[in-house]
Design a protein around this ligand. Structure first.
Ligand SMILES: [Zn+2]
Length: 259
């Protein structure tokens, strides 16, 4: 803009907004013409707030998506991607105790502890949900964690023998051993073969040697788990203070809030 035009006086006029009533506005010079510089200031302010809110909502949504992607990458199923300790509704003393045990365990790991944990109980008692809540919390704390079904771990390693995928058995096991927390879900879902027991021992022993905590989730009781993973692996697990949390009630499914 030239100096001459800059120096032109601005005309003050009154406008009427259908919503906010009358307001003052100015004609502002633009080259050889004038244009309306201001619309209703209240409308403009409202639009700005609306845009800011939309912006915040979009950012929040993007952040949620990022968190969910991180949880899925850590092996958390879609069903439990929102799982938190708050979404576990304890209605009995046993349930409250199991919840408290899991919260305390999570704090123990966050605080640098490396004790193991066994979550044992029937289908539908909320084990995987609470295990996922532990994972979700630790991800929040910036830890490298993973939850995986034992069958999937074994399948992945066996696949590597056929050169399926681009990781060798050693690389897969090293990756599992180095995680800040590994939750092995569905332990004992199928009868363990000699080979599977060997692989489980390698993982649990590797983590024991590296002083990394492991959580086992199983529908079986203590003896059943020992049978499923073998004495050596079970003893290793117990060596680093393997506390057993018993989920000894009938299925909670249906009583539970959507998760
Ligand atoms: Zn207005």
């Amino acid at each position: 803009m030239s100096r001459m035009i800059d120096n032109l006086p601005l005309a003050l006029e009154t406008g009427v907004c259908a919503e906010h009533g009358s307001f003052n506005f100015r004609y502002q010079p633009m080259g050889a013409r004038f244009f309306v510089a201001d619309s209703c200031p209240q409308c403009a302010a409202a639009l700005k707030v609306k845009e800011q809110n939309e912006d915040a909502a979009r950012r929040h949504k993007e952040q949620q998506a990022r968190i969910e992607r991180k949880r899925c990458d850590a092996g958390v199923g879609l069903r439990y991607v929102q799982a938190s300790f708050e979404s576990f509704i304890a209605e009995t003393d046993d349930q409250a105790k199991a919840l408290a045990d899991c919260v305390r365990y999570c704090e123990h790991i966050t605080g640098g502890g490396h004790a193991n944990l066994v979550m044992s109980g029937q289908v539908g008692t909320g084990k995987t949900m609470l295990a996922s809540a532990i994972i979700n919390n630790l991800l929040e704390a910036g830890r490298r964690v993973r939850i995986a079904k034992l069958g999937d771990i074994v399948r992945r390693i066996k696949d590597s023998w056929q050169k399926v995928g681009n990781q060798s058995e050693t690389e897969i096991i090293r990756e599992l051993v180095q995680l800040d927390l590994l939750v092995i879900d569905e332990v004992g879902q199928q009868r363990g073969t000699e080979t599977e027991m060997l692989l489980i021992f390698e993982i649990i022993d590797g983590r024991y040697q590296a002083m990394m905590p492991t959580v086992l989730v199983s529908n079986l009781d203590r003896d059943g788990i020992r049978d499923a993973i073998g004495d050596r692996a079970f003893d290793r697990l117990r060596q680093d203070g393997g506390k057993v949390v018993a989920f000894n009630w009938a299925s909670m499914r249906g009583m539970r809030r959507a998760s």
